[in-house]
Design a protein around this ligand. Structure first.
Ligand code: G
Ligand code: G
Ligand code: NA
Ligand code: MN
Length: 254
């Protein structure tokens, strides 16, 4: 398990870093928040994307610790930005399945919010169907508690799984995030356009907000606005950036 040892070292030596990708309200183009995305500043290999190390991280014992670190780091940054310039800024944090296995996720989230003086509504936890499929038995209770207290729950990569519909009924949710594979074809494929329309309709019926990810063109934006999608995220507005760069482009220049 050489790689596991290297991941352990990366966590200890603070080689992991949180990047931030802007999330925009379509109605007026305002910044509403960001998604926190993990990066690894590898001493020899440079900046690594999750694709390079996420499988190893998730199959090992370290995912829960790294996930807790990301939550703490992203919330601390968010508290600063809210204090200084963006009082309503919201942060989306992706959870690992392993974080539900330790049995104290709700307590940990509450502790981080209290430490940073953050309102529960400043945080949205992003979950995927893949995580639910493997950890369903331990996810509902902490998510229900946190949701009741005001923490947002986003269903990420929505529409790509097999059981997305029944999970709408069972899980406490705030927002659906339309997977980027459907956004890619929204202007060119009648099927993708129909799927996006259906997800927006589902959102409305269930009283959930909807955000589209992977928005890369003005045309996709216009289409989403016309269909009534509230928020967007994607390279058209900004790629994931280091905190200092994100701050320069999206916080201080507002
Ligand atoms: O950052 P990038 O767009 O390359 O992310 C690729 C994938 O890695 C994303 O789909 C996301 O699910 C996962 N990922 C990125 N950052 C995090 C994180 O902080 N926590 C978890 N659990 N997954 C992440
Ligand atoms: O769903 P998940 O959390 O895995 O998605 C985050 C990933 O999507 C990150 O790896 C990010 O770099 C990537 N991403 C964000 N915006 C865009 C985009 O506009 N186009 C593409 N192709 N990927 C994007
Ligand atoms: Na996500
Ligand atoms: Mn996604």
């Amino acid at each position: 398990r050489a790689y596991e040892a290297e991941l352990r070292r990366a966590l200890d030596k603070e080689e992991f870093e949180v990047f931030y990708q802007p999330q925009i309200r379509l109605a007026d183009g305002a910044l509403v928040g960001a998604e926190a995305l993990l990066r690894w500043r590898h001493p020899e290999q440079g900046l690594l994307l999750p694709g390079a190390f996420m499988p190893a991280l998730e199959s090992g014992l370290l995912a829960a610790q790294v996930g807790d670190w990301i939550l703490q780091e992203a919330c601390a940054q968010t508290a600063l930005w809210r204090k200084n310039a963006a009082p309503d800024f919201r942060i989306g944090v992706n959870l690992f399945g392993a974080q539900f296995r330790t049995g104290d996720l709700a307590e940990k989230v509450r502790a981080v919010l209290a430490k940073e003086g953050l309102a529960p509504t400043a945080l949205e936890l992003e979950i995927t169907e893949n995580i639910i499929l493997r950890h369903d038995d331990v996810m509902l209770a902490p998510l229900r508690e946190l949701h009741k207290e005001g923490v947002g729950i986003t269903f990420d990569d929505y529409g790509t799984g097999y059981a997305s519909l029944s999970m709408l009924k069972r899980y406490p949710l705030t927002r659906l995030k339309i997977d980027r594979s459907f956004i890619q074809g929204i202007c060119t494929s009648a099927e993708d356009a129909a799927i996006v329309r259906a997800i927006l309709h589902l959102g409305r019926s269930f009283g959930l907000a909807v955000i589209a990810e992977g928005v890369e063109t003005e045309e996709q934006c216009a289409r989403l606005r016309k269909k009534g999608c509230e928020e967007v995220q994607g390279f058209f507005f900004g790629k994931p950036l280091a905190a200092s760069e994100f701050e320069e482009h999206f916080i201080t220049k507002r």
